[in-house]
Design a protein around this ligand. Sequence first.
Ligand SMILES: [Zn+2]
Length: 323
Amino acid sequence: MESWWRGILDSLVMGMVIPGLMLCVGIKWNDANPNPDMLLQPTEETVEEAAPQTMRLLSPDGNPEEMDMETYVTSVLLGEVPGSFEMEALKAQAVVARTVACRAMSTGGKHGNGSVCTESSCCQAFLTAEEYLRKGGAEETVEKMTAAARQTAGQILTYEGLPIEATYFSCSGGRTEDAVAVWGTDLPYLRSVESPGEEDAAHYRDEQCFSGTVFLDKLGLQLTGDPAGWIGKTSYTAGGGVDTMQIGGVSFRGKDLRSRLGLRSTAFSIDVRNGEIVITTRGFGHRVGMSQYGAEAMALEGNHYQQILEHYYSGTILSQWEG
Ligand SMILES: [Zn+2]
């Protein structure tokens, strides 16, 4: 598997590296033994020279406010991931969180004005250090998250020169999903990949039970007889999610069933036990992009954050945001 740092090294040799990347970052490496840890680490000199970057935060009252980028990234980390996570997983999450803010500024984002809001269901979770500590969070965790933001300061993922659609989620259940299967848009860097080692995540595997009546009501169906006979042909996506499922002769999309039934993911199977409908889901979230628990598993295996990002967003480039 070719890695990013190797690609960057090759580009440097060929004189094709993005000019701003060298200008702003001060890349250091050992030619004989390139170490991913040594790439894209700002030197003390460049940190002092770099102007603080800002992002646009949509406040709860609906007004966008300029905010220091790394303070924002720290707050996303505090809201999105446990303090127990490995530093390399946190650094991967920091790059992704920053990329989301930069993409919004580049494209207008979901809110059309370049801002990101503080809702995890819309943009990204957000918890200031003050709020985190007030809720009983540990000072050490704030320091750890701050370090993850600072150690990746300004770094984002790009594809064809633009910040990528850096989607992420909690747990895949073993394999991520193609973007096209969930949103209908194929993005070359958001394709299904293996995501091993997530078994300890809270929602790796879940069961939800429905009575036949509730199940039919949620789907708007009127059926009778043994529920075991209601479930028909099922097709699956590249990531192991339900693409379509016939229920009572009606074809449903997997993502519609997830929404109607309130399932944790589209990767599910349906059984009938003692007259009850039992749905077993794998993973939690849309399963497109980086799995947070998969990133943690990779970090525990000794992978660097660059390797984690390369795995989940294949073909993208770790770049320096220049606003
Ligand atoms: Zn939003």
